[in-house]
Design a protein around this ligand. Structure first.
Ligand SMILES: Cc1ncc(COP(=O)(O)O)c(C=O)c1O
Length: 406
């Protein structure tokens, strides 16, 4: 066992069980371990590294800004935050943006904003506001957020939970409508459920959710922390249906794979409920994060990475769907957010991703049944072909692999 694994196991908290590989370098879509072995990164840190490792423009923005000014707190204005806020609003089509650092903080911000809107604008009686969430959701790990998770392990042992959340089945607009009460302030939803196993809802779901929310004066808040910034083949996943929600949460790729940068973006009527002192964070909106966040958005647009994710995602999906293997139960996804569901009678998803690791592909099991493939959006056809060949080799360890007839 590598010294680093032993050291981490000795001194680290036991809240993770990483795959047995010690990464030491990255470039583009590739990662190298401490023995110099190369891997294709098909996880990209759950979309945080959507632009690949060591993107020259992002590194230049980071280095230049780090030398100039990094953290000053929001007690003062900086010359970096305003252009970042303006770009966030342009990209999301919202009026105002509130920067934070992690995705979970972005979600917490959205929850606080929706509740305050519920009291100030919708006139819900004090402390009665409800937020509807979806079964199978993943919005982060704070004590409030895990309280409305439907995943036993994320919740168990962490109660008591925060009041004021309800669940409906994901993808079921009628269930959403039935769950709405006069106290409902918002519906919080992922456009595609990532952590739940890359679950794509029926076409028209967000459109219908928006219609229902409008009809009942409920905010539609879309968590695009994972699906946003090109991942699903559009700049925002809600653009697939042309839906303009009442709040959008961004994170992960917003930090260019270099820093934690997140944001909650909303229209004036919604964000306007915050008063100075209502909410904040020491690091949210710092000059370094703002410079890197702005450059991330510029790179996304300049390099047309959403379009690229659409083309490369369709190609990867087609190549994976063409594999005939007794291990493959389903292949699904949107853009470069793809899940391969395996037959867990043959192996656990964890065992399968360990086999993939052996063959030079980094992926992560989710929900015990799914290996997720979400490479950096800069991936090209040749790299996808290389990855698919390795995936086939890994599958072949569990049974015969054929190419389906076209
Ligand atoms: C949809 C979604 N929301 C929120 C989060 C939480 O983000 P973070 O881990 O940065 O707190 C995640 C993380 O995986 C996510 O996928």
């Amino acid at each position: 066992m590598s010294d680093m694994i032993a050291l981490e196991r000795q001194y680290g908290a036991t809240n993770y069980d990483p795959l047995p590989v010690v990464l030491s370098r990255g470039e583009g879509v590739w990662l190298w371990d401490d023995q110099g072995r190369r891997y294709l990164d098909m996880l990209s840190a759950y979309s945080a590294v959507s632009f690949g490792y060591g993107h020259p423009r992002l590194l230049a923005a980071l280095n230049a800004q780090a030398k100039r000014l990094a953290v000053t707190s929001r007690a003062f204005f900086s010359d970096r935050l305003p252009p970042f806020l303006a770009k966030l609003c342009e990209v999301t089509g919202m009026d105002r943006a509130l920067p934070m650092s992690t995705g979970a903080e972005g979600v917490e911000t959205a929850i606080k904003c929706a509740r305050k809107w519920g009291y100030v604008v919708k006139k819900i009686p004090a402390n009665q506001a409800k937020i509807i969430t979806c079964a199978g959701n993943f919005h982060g790990r704070t004590s409030t957020i895990v309280g409305f998770s439907s995943e036993a392990q994320y919740r168990d042992g962490f109660g008591p939970y925060t009041d004021g959340f309800a669940h409906v089945p994901f993808g079921d607009a009628a269930a959403l409508e039935a769950a709405i009460t006069p106290e409902t302030a918002a519906f919080l939803v992922e456009p595609v459920q990532g952590e739940a196993g890359i679950i794509v809802p029926p076409k028209g779901y967000l459109t219908e959710a928006l219609r229902i929310c409008r009809q009942h004066n409920v905010l539609l808040i879309v968590d695009e922390v994972q699906t946003g910034l090109g991942r699903t083949g559009k700049v925002l996943a809600c653009h697939h249906e042309g839906v303009k929600p009442d709040g959008i949460i961004l994170g992960k790729a917003l930090g260019g794979g270099l820093l934690p940068v997140s944001a909650f973006c909303a229209p004036e009527e919604v964000m306007g409920v915050f008063r100075p002192g209502d909410h904040g964070s020491t690091f949210g909106g710092n000059a370094l994060g703002a410079a890197v966040g702005l450059e991330s958005l510029n790179v996304l647009l300049d390099e047309k990475l959403a379009e690229r994710a659409a083309t490369m995602g369709a190609y990867l999906l087609k190549r994976l769907k063409a594999i005939s293997s007794p291990m493959v139960v389903d292949v699904r996804g949107m853009g470069l957010l793809i899940g391969l569901e395996i037959d867990t009678r043959r192996a656990t998803a964890r065992q399968f991703v360990e086999t993939l690791l052996k063959h030079g592909v980094l992926s992560k099991d989710t929900h015990g049944t799914v290996a997720r493939f979400a490479p950096p959006l800069i991936i090209d056809r040749e790299q996808i072909d290389w990855g698919v060949a390795r995936i086939r080799e890994a599958l072949a360890e569990y049974g015969p692999v054929y190419e389906k007839a076209a």
